[in-house]
Design a protein around this ligand. Sequence first.
Ligand SMILES: Cc1cc2nc3c(=O)[nH]c(=O)nc-3n(C[C@H](O)[C@H](O)[C@H](O)COP(=O)(O)OP(=O)(O)OC[C@H]3O[C@@H](n4cnc5c(N)ncnc54)[C@H](O)[C@@H]3O)c2cc1C
Length: 410
Amino acid sequence: MTVSRTDVAIVGGGVHGVHLAVRLLEAGVVSHDRLRIVEPDGLLAAFHEKCRQCGMVEFRSPFVHHVGVDPFSLREFADERGRLDELVACQVGAKRPTVPLFFDHARDVVDRYDLESVVLEARVLGVTERADGVDLETTDDDLSARACVLAIGHGRSYTRPEWALDIQPGAPVAHVWDERFDPEDVGDRVGIVGGGITAAQLTASLARPSREVTVVARSPFRVATLEAGREWMHVSRTLEGLQSLPPTSRKRQQVVTEVRRDGTMPPEVFSRLRRAIDRGWATLERNEISTVTPGGGTVVVTCQDGAATWFDDLVLATGFDSPYNAPLLERIREETDLQTGYRGGPALEDGTVRWLRADGTPSRVAVSGIVAQGTLGPFARNILGARRAWDLLVDELEALVSGSEPACQP
Ligand SMILES: Cc1cc2nc3c(=O)[nH]c(=O)nc-3n(C[C@H](O)[C@H](O)[C@H](O)COP(=O)(O)OP(=O)(O)OC[C@H]3O[C@@H](n4cnc5c(N)ncnc54)[C@H](O)[C@@H]3O)c2cc1C
């Protein structure tokens, strides 16, 4: 097995990995030949596919949140191409980009920084720290870096209701994020399970006169413009309050869970759902499914009140599993002395997002994205979180790359 050497290895080429790579190059912390993004599926591809699968039309975040450096570059990109109408006005706050505009701009950023040239098309299986660097075991060449940033997102594990766990692979029941789920392929009678933004977006995008869409939700839909209060968007006393709690404590995770408005949708998405229902293209069933029986290419669904119906396709919009269950994190927990806490979450240094060693010193492994939410708060997973992680990491990575931070014995 060949081992390549580099200065910074970024694990994951989603929004966070791409943004960090751009910032590193822009700040001159590394050159192209000393940077690697390890990503098996193509830069931003996983996120783009999720947006397609749920029929998302526009972003929830404002146009200044994107993968580039200058907050106004997406707006300028739209202006230069006569696409300002793809910045959609919303009831509260700044305009938001449509999905095609966001990804066309992101592609432009990727091309401008020639990021494809730094991609190693592989999955990282393990990460171990040594005195003056980090070794990454991958499904391709192994990598040796001075520092590494984990930007692996949510992972591929999704929440499925109890009744869905034993369903055979060939049955017409899929999770919206399953690789095999293609919204182009659904039949004329579709059931969607879930009461959050994904269920609402999918319902609105699949609903049409020739198709009956039923959304089965056990609790009422909730509307909120943002996924958490604005006070969490800036480094403020609110965030300091979170960080005053013990780093890996259950309490920190609870605070994040409580302040995140998970399952809510912005008013525009709710209006689209309502329009579909008002037109009679979609039906809302306030109920809970108890059993599902596939057979003959369809699926029979029985609810807790005894009502039964059938669908050509049943789609679960039931969310993500814990991000700490990602195989890479499990392996790091098993094989290294990096500290973990409640539910296996990493213990990060609050001022730097570097993962702490057992002795409490910061390691050469840093973390960005949802996995850093105990430190960066409820917007850690969002595009904003990538910008904040960068602000904390820049000096750290510079010191680790230049060698000004001395090697230590891990
Ligand atoms: C449908 C949808 C809409 C959203 N809308 C918004 C929005 O409007 N605004 C907003 O701010 N946020 C939004 N979010 C939140 C969104 O997830 C983040 O903004 C963004 O996608 C997170 O980026 P990420 O890089 O952390 O994760 P991801 O985009 O999931 O990228 C992680 C990458 O890591 C790779 N990876 C994972 N494990 C490994 C490994 N072991 N080795 C190598 N690579 C690995 C994956 O292949 C993937 O490409 C939305 C999320 C969803 C699902």
